[in-house]
Ligand binder design. Structure first.
Ligand code: WQD
Length: 338
């Protein structure tokens, strides 16, 4: 079975390539290298012993997408990660996000609907729900207006997929709505590539512990939570990668109940920022330098997943603990700085 992974050298993409290879799929990776590096191929090969076929390609170039699918006619499934994902940047440069996250999706779909059976896994996000919800977020929550152009591109992406699936019954789609992906591969051969100042909590923690940042600013200490800091659902990246393989297998085996399905991917547990810091300090044996400061605009108190649908229907459940994720994130940070 040949699987195309777009954005396959990115954080979640590269971990998914490893899990696909681990169960015997032949993987073709497309990446434009805008937020990754070809060195990730070395990491994947170091883990699995197999170097995936790689094509550097910008999916915003329609003719290049058409040419690719002319050269690879026997693709059994596509996992589509390729997208820009920085919330703040999307506010500054919305057209970049609409062109890359929506335009490229349309070009890939135009090629896929020509296939006899097209299986498509879409990388989505809990941001499609709009405002956070201070209780477990389930898939039947109404989708509110997106909080950012980035979140809107994921909402629009799902709407496009729904509309296209209605008239192209040869296309089957599963959209996976991530909560907060964290950690790295236990081998420390692949992980989250740090480009610029980290926006997300865990890379900022590991870079602070490494001495690259002076101190972590904890955004708000008087939220209505157990210790006053925000609660999020930190899902281990390897567990997340395995969910993509499970979802793909569901489509390949035609086990899906409709040709457009969607699932939340989280642990179902929420952890506060201080609990994440405590976990990191415990597994790293280091004391983290942090200070509680004002709240960050756009944040809200709690966001964590109701994972019953993924557990009971998709047949996937997160297995790693927060300590596992902090340990692998720390090992990765130390490895790339060594
Ligand atoms: C987590 C918690 C912060 C940094 C984002 C995107 C979302 C999704 C996941 C793609 C929050 C706190 C953070 C820091 C802090 N990405 N924090 N100091 O905001 O939950 O979600 O990533 O789909 O679209 O919005 O993740 O890692 O930025 O923050 O205190 O330096 O850590 O307040 O409570 P977030 P995050």
């Amino acid at each position: 079975m040949k699987i195309l992974v777009t954005g396959g050298l990115g954080f979640i993409g590269s971990h998914t390539v490893v899990e696909l290879q681990n169960v015997g799929y032949e993987v073709i990776v497309i990446d434009d290298l805008s937020n990754s590096s070809e060195k990730v191929l070395d990491g994947i090969e170091a883990i699995t012993g197999v170097r995936p076929i790689f094509e550097k390609l910008d999916l915003r170039e329609k003719s290049k997408v058409q040419d690719f699918f002319k050269r690879y006619k026997d693709i059994d499934g596509v996992i589509h990660f390729a997208a820009s994902k920085a919330v703040g940047e999307s506010v500054e440069n919305p057209l970049l996000y609409y062109e890359n996250n929506v335009g490229a999706l349309v070009y890939v779909l135009k090629e896929m609907i020509a296939m006899d059976k097209a299986n498509f896994i879409f990388s989505s996000s809990r941001t499609v729900y709009g405002r956070l919800d201070n209780r477990p977020m389930s898939e039947d929550l109404p989708l509110m207006p997106a909080e950012s152009p980035y979140g809107n591109t994921k909402k629009i992406g799902e709407e496009i997929l729904k509309d296209v699936c209605k008239v192209n019954t040869n296309l089957s789609v599963i959209s996976l709505r991530y909560f907060n992906p964290v950690g790295a591969h236990p081998s420390a051969e692949i992980g989250e590539l740090p480009l610029g100042v980290p926006q997300n909590l865990v890379p900022y923690i590991t870079q602070t512990a490494m001495g690259l940042r002076d101190e972590l600013s904890v955004f708000g200490g008087d939220w209505p939570t157990k210790d006053g800091t925000c609660v999020r659902d930190y899902i281990n990246v390897v567990d997340l990668a395995k969910a993509h393989v499970t979802a793909l297998r569901r489509l390949l085996d035609s086990k899906n109940e409709s040709n457009f399905e969607f699932y939340n991917l989280g642990t179902g547990d929420g952890n506060t920022v201080l609990e994440v810091i405590e976990s990191f300090e415990r597994v790293s044996g280091t004391k983290l330098n942090y200070r509680i400061v004002d709240k960050r605009p756009g944040d809200d108190a709690m966001a964590y997943a109701d994972t019953r649908k993924a557990n009971e229907i998709l047949g996937w459940k997160a297995e790693s603990t927060l300590d596992d994720s902090m340990r692998s994130a720390w090992n990765w940070e130390q490895k790339i700085r060594s």
